[in-house]
Design a protein around this ligand. Sequence first.
Ligand code: 5CA
Ligand code: ZN
Length: 411
Amino acid sequence: MQSWPAPDVPRLPGRGQPLRLRDTASSRIRPTEPGPTARMYVCGITPYDATHLGHAATYLAFDLVNRVWRDAGHDVHYVQNVTDIDDPLLERALRDQDDWMVLGMRETALFREDMTALRVLPPRDYIGAVESIPEVVALVEKLLAGDVAYRLDDGSDDIYFDVSTAPRFGSESNLSHEAMLAFFGERGGDPDRAGKRNRLDPHLWRGARPGEPSWESSLGPGRPGWHIECTAIALDRLGMSFDVQGGGSDLTFPHHEMSAVHAESVTGEEPFARHYVHAGMIGLDGSKMSKSRGNLVFVSRLRGDRVDPMAIRTALLSGHYRADRSWTADLLDAAQARLDRWRAAVASPAGPPAEDLLAGVRRLLADDLDTVGALAAVDRWAEDALTLGGDDPAAPPVVQDILDALLGIAV
Ligand code: 5CA
Ligand code: ZN
């Protein structure tokens, strides 16, 4: 698929620090240890509706990972998928008498526009589920050959993964069996389907149903399961043991657990990813912002109302990426006021020296993306510049570059 245009990233003097991130599997903040090319896979959208602020917050968190790695001297191979065929897309298309493919293309195009406006660095590989069907089929064939995947005995072409064959099953999410069952039922699983070996076994291949799109394959006609989609794309583009697997915390289980055991079963290697990194959930009016609840604020709607995308970006970065947090109108007003102050400060002919600010922002972001601290540090420099002044004419443009390169905020 086509990605979106890359914003310029100014080069900063010196070099950033190694990035430490919280890893869900070990429940610890650990250093990332990428080679010259850092490898990151972030789960992309299911394009049946417009991008809301929850999605945006998650992609901004991983955009900072990308920026901090680059500042530390790494090249970054960033991969993102688009789940352009799955149940929610078909259900919405049916409800709205729309064509599922047209719906997916339209919402993906809008997502690209939103990401461009928010100055999110584009993935190098932006890959749809539909275009990955050959890779999915090849993986499912291998899993069947290894007897870790099986067909149901009911005449369908449905194929499942046997979680009891995966010794590391559970090591990504560390959840109890009861918690797994609850999430599995809520998040696209079918714990009560008759004939499965284990209630938590997920779909690998969904055999064709009347009225649903399906693809011919050696597995029989059907379409990919959700988790194997991300396994196939990540293995094809990044291989095993890439540096970061990312997404919102709602993907911790079953999605990232299943993607990992699929990959580890098929390759006989581990781990799938070295860090599993999860962003908190953005809520509105007291509950998680979700398409099914309908309590959504869309990035495109705010843009349509002429809200500055940099204010949206600043507002979302004003909370820590891992914290579940609520969106409010006040947050946006505060971010706009902040941006106005920063813009006035960087427009000054001179200011206080920027070296300490650069070192401080680098240190804070390298420590599990402490944007709250980083934004406060910029506030202090701007306050000094506006109230005390300063005599360094090189400082304002450097601060502008710090905001742009490390936080993606153009002022
Ligand atoms: N296509 C799959 C991933 S393979 C999917 O989950 N799509 S999605 O459109 O539902 O979500 C896209 C991304 O936004 C995921 O990383 C998801 O974890 C994240 N996300 C969804 N809702 C929220 C929210 N309220 N707050 C923060 N992130 C969210
Ligand atoms: Zn995914």
